[in-house]
Design a binder for this molecule. Structure first.
Ligand code: NDP
Length: 292
C-alpha cells in the first residue's frame, strides 16, 4: 500500500483564505481589523523567526499586528502589567507569548494571567477547562489543525481506535481530548508506555508528537491507518518528523509529510483563533468552515 499524502500546505492555504474572508467582513462591520499582539522575551533566534512568520501571515490575512519585544530578565510583575494592559485594550483581540520564556518568567504564571478571551494559543487553565468540558473556547492551534486535516481527509473518527503518542499540554493532551470529543476511543502513550509499537499497531488513527526523529517505524503501523506526524526534528541537516516516512508511507492509508504537513496548520489555526476571538468579543456570528 502507498499512503495518500495529506498536504498541510494546501490545507493551511485554504484555512487562511477563509480567515482572510472573515477578516475582510469583520473590518467592514467594525471599521477596524482583528488585532493580534505577539510578545517575545529576550533574543532567542528561533523565537524571532517564529514571531516574524506569525506576524507576516497575520498581516497577509488582513489583521493588524503588533510585535512587542521585552528584554531578557523581564519580571513576572512586568509581564502581568503588560498582559493586563492588553486585556483592557479594545483593539486587541488576540495575544500570545512566544514560548519558552527566560527566567524568572514561567509559562504557568503567564497562562494563569492571560485574558482567556484573547488567549489565541489556548493555554490558559480556563480554556483548557472548557476544552475538557466540551465547551466552546480558544483551543490549542496544533491539535486543532490536526483535527481539521483529519476531517478534510475524510478520516472516520467515531468509534475509531486513536492513539496519541506524547502528552504535552500544547499537543498530546488537547489532541486526546479533541479525538475523544469526536467519539474516538483514545489511548495516550508516553515515555513510560510499555510495548509502544504494539499500542501504535492497534491504531486506526495515530498522532505522534514526541520529538524523536523517525521513531515510528513501518511495522508499528496498522495497514491503512491514518498517521499524523507532528514531530519536527533536525537530522543530518534536514527536517524530519517522528515517523519514518519511507517505511510508514508503504503501510499507512494516509500520512502527513514533514515538512509540509502539520507545521503550516499550526500558524493557520493561530490566525483562525484570532479571528474567532475577535468575532466572539464583538458578538458576531463565527465565520463558517474554519473552527469545527
Ligand atoms: P514535549 O517534549 O513537550 O513532549 C514530548 C512527549 O513525548 C512527552 O509526553 C514524552 O513523554 C513523550 N516521549 C518522549 N520520548 C518518548 C518515547 N521514547 N516514547 C514515547 N513517548 C515519548 O514535546 P511537544 O509536544 O511540545 O512536541 C512534540 C514534537 O512536536 C516536537 O518534535 C515538536 O518540535 C513538534 N511540534 C510541532 C508543532 C508543529 O507545528 N508541527 C507544534 C508543536 C510541537 P513523557 O511525558 O513521559 O516525558
Amino acid at each position: 500500500m502507498s499512503a495518500r499524502l495529506i498536504d498541510g500546505r494546501d490545507a493551511a492555504r485554504r484555512v487562511r483564505e477563509r480567515v482572510a474572508e472573515g477578516c475582510a467582513a469583520f473590518t467592514q462591520r467594525h471599521g477596524r481589523p482583528p488585532g493580534l499582539v505577539g510578545i517575545q522575551v529576550g533574543d532567542d533566534p528561533a523565537s524571532e523567526i517564529y514571531q516574524r512568520n506569525k506576524a507576516q501571515q497575520a498581516e497577509e490575512v488582513g489583521m493588524s499586528v503588533q510585535r512587542l519585544k521585552l528584554p531578557a530578565g523581564t519580571t513576572q510583575a512586568e509581564m502581568d502589567a503588560l498582559l493586563d494592559r492588553l486585556a483592557a485594550d479594545p483593539a486587541v483581540d488576540g495575544m500570545l507569548v512566544q514560548l519558552p520564556v527566560p527566567e524568572p518568567l514561567t509559562e504557568a504564571a503567564i497562562a494563569a494571567r492571560i485574558d482567556p478571551t484573547k488567549d489565541v494559543d489556548g493555554f490558559s487553565p480556563v480554556n483548557i477547562g472548557h476544552l475538557v468540558r466540551g465547551e466552546p473556547c480558544l483551543r490549542p492551534c496544533t491539535p486543532s489543525g490536526v483535527m481539521w486535516m483529519l476531517d478534510d481527509a475524510g478520516v472516520e473518527l467515531e468509534g475509531a481506535s486513536a492513539v496519541v503518542v506524547g502528552r504535552s499540554l500544547i499537543v498530546g493532551k488537547p489532541q486526546a481530548m479533541m479525538l475523544l470529543e469526536r467519539h474516538a476511543t483514545v489511548t495516550v502513550a508516553h515515555s513510560r508506555t510499555r510495548d509502544l509499537p504494539g499500542i501504535c499497531r492497534a491504531a486506526d488513527v495515530l498522532v505522534v508528537a514526541v520529538g524523536r526523529a523517525e521513531m515510528v517505524r513501518g511495522d508499528w503501523v496498522k495497514p491503512g491507518a491514518a498517521v499524523i506526524d507532528v514531530g519536527m526534528n533536525r537530522r543530518d541537516d534536514r527536517l524530519c518528523g517522528d515517523v519514518h516516512f519511507d517505511e510508514v508511507s508503504a503501510v499507512a492509508g494516509a500520512l502527513t509529510p514533514v515538512p509540509g504537513g502539520v507545521g503550516p496548520m499550526t500558524i493557520a489555526f493561530l490566525l483562525a483563533n484570532t479571528l474567532q476571538a475577535a468575532e466572539r468579543r464583538m458578538g458576531d456570528e463565527p465565520t463558517k468552515g474554519i473552527i469545527t
